[in-house]
Ligand binder design. Structure first.
Ligand code: ADP
Ligand code: MG
Length: 675
């Protein structure tokens, strides 16, 4: 008898090769297969008369074959089958390429269902390569994400085999929760998500599975959070913070001070801190990190600060060492491009405890980096790292305090869920005396004036960015367009200036080199794609032009703009867009008038609607199988409440009725760690 945990290899229809293909998709058990939900459905019940079918849209037609199925050889290995089919309203010509197997089963005079797109003309409608079924078929067919030899049909057949095997599927949701939320049982849900007998059944199945997925996510995250709370952590002396403040060239903002104190309260509680600091670009997160490193070193244990790029790491290192050196705290930098000898020296000193604070890139994660007493781990721009990576650094100490810092402004309610295993502190205030950024929206008719404006800044010794249009989030195409734009500007409008190019398809080393010469002032004007989003502090860069601004999300525009206005000079951001859509104008107006990342994120969510607000991947969340954190926000809250309630009743999830849930959570952790 099959169970959910039976190895996929033992399912009827799965041989070794197929098992391999399925495992690649993350399907290693029968249970995992059944949780591989269709990406879409073909509704064969919704038949349209041929004459009424719109062109170029998927339609389902029921028609009788009225000519013989003619076989034409185009080339030796290419066969074309052609026949006409008709219903009461009209006639169409159907063509099939190389589908001998299908063509052989079709008979003149019989009626079939055809699912596909109509083309051709009103005189002769044509349907190339439709899906075909017996005329009597009257169901909704699941479509799965196929990959190579593993076609949707093959997956469908495996689903049938699994469901017909008499498999018993445990229901993860306790009865009480199911009843309270009026959800169907898992058995019903899984059958109907794959083979719905009616759209209502599909809806009920979906509702239940979405709830379940979000419930597992939130129970899992809370569980993790509670478990970490049970550990013991290093204890710092918060009074050392006062010394730190004296070494600073400026005084901290109220928000910075509050956030540091929130962290210090955790760090002196006896339990490990597990906190996220969210602060808009330029809100001064580095100073918070520096304060904590300082206190930690002063309390006798080591701290590590990890950044996603070498330049950022170097910059942090400079900031930190300038603050700490007067106090006898030793800082060191560790990055991949240092020589082996340099690295070995740092490693030895980290191991012996001679170095108090390590600043670095991924290089900190390598196995031979050992610490003497690692008590604090800080990750900057955390969305650039997976959950697993920050975990790996923490493993180099014994339950060190962990802090992650992010500028990605996520609306508060969603942040609580996305970072469910973390406590959150928010820096909601900017340092005083920040430069104003004037933001303008113009059409492309203004290009030559915009270029002139840029030249004026460059002539004054300043630097600037031109951000190229996003090409449908496609990195390759974006790189091509950036490259072309770069060539034309370098040889045209800006031939007398030093122009650089930065895009996502460049090697990390090349990117670093370009960013470095920009930071050093060698490059005056940088043509870039969105890769500069997580960038560095170049206070001399004061002008930014964003082409095709309508293609960017509001939050993204805000992040981009955060690269300027960082120094003593007044800055300007010019958004170029020819879009006349009302919606675009409204969105650009928000950017023009608002500089608060959180407000912008909220507006973004409102205007764009849920769904594509941000990719889950960016935030170390597991890919959702069926739920959409944004579209299903309401369910998210319901499920969150139920998760809390359940964990109160059974904090360790050890009741037998919660065993299946616990198993599913274990699976979730596995996926989280793979991210
Ligand atoms: P982000 O939050 O984007 O990482 P940074 O930490 O890079 O911001 O800080 C941005 C700039 O503001 C830096 O040049 C930093 O020196 C400066 N800064 C930070 N805190 C203060 C403060 N309290 N007063 C004045 N300047 C500050
Ligand atoms: Mg920063």
């Amino acid at each position: 008898m099959l169970t959910a945990s039976t190895d996929i290899q033992y399912l009827k229809g799965v041989g070794e090769k197929r098992a391999e293909l399925l495992r690649k998709k993350g399907i290693d058990t029968v249970g995992a297969l059944l949780r591989f939900y269709p990406r879409a459905y073909l509704d064969w019940r919704n038949v349209t008369p041929i004459a009424e079918c719109p062109f170029d849209e998927n339609v389902c037609v029921r028609a009788k074959i009225v000519t013989p199925v003619k076989k034409n050889y185009i080339r030796k290995d290419m066969t074309l089958f052609k026949f006409n089919a008709e219903d009461e309203s009209g006639l169409m010509e159907v063509t099939l390429f190389n589908q001998k197997f299908l063509a052989d089963k079709l008979h003149e005079g019989s009626t079939y269902l055809f699912y596909g797109k109509l083309g051709g003309s009103f005189v002769m409608r044509q349907m190339p390569s439709p899906e075909i079924k017996e005329g009597g078929f009257n169901g909704i067919e699941p479509i799965y994400v196929s990959s190579g030899k593993l076609t949707s049909k093959a997956i469908e057949n495996l689903m049938i085999n699994a469901l017909q095997s008499g498999i018993t599927l445990p229901d993860i949701l306790p009865d009480s929760i199911r009843e309270r939320n009026k959800l169907c049982g898992f058995d019903f849900a899984v059958k109907n998500i794959h083979f719905p007998l009616a759209p209502e059944n599909l809806e009920r199945a979906k509702k239940r599975l979405v709830f379940e997925e979000l419930f597992v996510l939130q129970t899992g995250l809370s569980f993790l959070k509670k478990r970490k709370r049970g550990l013991t952590g290093y204890t710092v002396n918060p009074a050392i913070f006062e010394e730190f403040k004296k070494t600073l060239p400026f005084s901290l903002t109220g928000a910075q001070e509050r956030v540091v104190n929130e962290c210090l309260a955790d760090m002196s509680s006896g339990r490990p801190m597990n906190r996220l600091v969210q602060g808009d670009v330029g809100s001064g997160k580095t100073a918070v990190a520096a304060a904590l490193c300082f206190v930690s070193a002063g309390s006798g244990f080591q701290a590590a600060l990890m950044a996603p790029t070498e330049i950022l790491a170097e910059q942090h290192f400079k900031t930190l060492s300038s603050i700490t050196e007067k106090s006898g705290i030793k800082c060191a930098l560790l990055t991949g491009s240092m020589t082996k000898k340099q690295k070995n020296e740092v490693k030895a000193a980290l191991k012996s405890g001679d170095i108090d604070v390590a600043v670095g890139t991924h290089a900190l994660l390598t196995d031979d980096v050992e610490f003497n007493s690692l008590g604090l781990v800080i990750t900057d721009e955390q969305h650039r790292f997976g959950v697993e990576q920050r975990g790996r650094l923490s493993l180099k100490g014994q339950n060190p305090h962990t802090l992650v810092m992010s500028a990605t402004p996520i609306p508060r309610t969603l942040g609580l869920i996305i970072y469910g295993d973390l406590d959150i502190s928010i820096i909601d205030e900017y340092p005083k005396g920040r430069q104003q950024i004037d933001t303008y929206c113009v059409t492309s008719a203004y290009h030559s004036r915009v270029y002139k404006y840029i030249r004026k800044f460059l002539d004054e010794g300043r630097q600037g960015y031109i951000v190229c249009p996003l090409v449908e989030e496609n990195e390759v195409l974006s790189a091509v367009s950036a490259n072309e734009y770069y060539e034309s500007l370098k040889n045209g409008e800006f031939s007398d200036y030093s122009v650089g190019l930065l895009h996502g398809k460049m090697k990390p080393k090349e990117k670093e080199a370009v960013m470095r010469s920009f930071a050093d002032g060698e490059i005056q004007l940088l043509i870039a794609t969105t890769v500069i989003e997580v960038g560095i502090d170049v206070p001399n860069a004061v002008i930014m032009v964003i082409e095709n601004a309508e293609r960017f999300g509001l939050s993204q525009l805000h992040q981009l703009r955060g690269r300027i206005g960082r120094g003593q000079y007044k800055s300007a951001c010019i958004l170029i867009s020819d879009s006349t859509a009302y919606d675009t104008k409204k969105r650009l107006k928000v950017i023009k008038e608002c500089r608060d990342g959180f407000k912008i994120a909220d507006e973004d969510l409102k205007l764009r609607g849920p769904g594509d607000f941000l990719g889950s991947r960016q935030h170390g969340l597991p890919d959702m199988k069926i739920a959409d954190i944004f579209a299903d926000r309401e369910t998210l809250h319901l499920a969150g409440r139920e998760a809390e309630r359940l964990l109160k009743q059974d904090p360790s999830l050890s009741e037998p009725e919660n065993a299946a849930l616990k198993a599913e959570i274990t699976e979730l952790y596995k996926r989280l760690n793979q991210n």
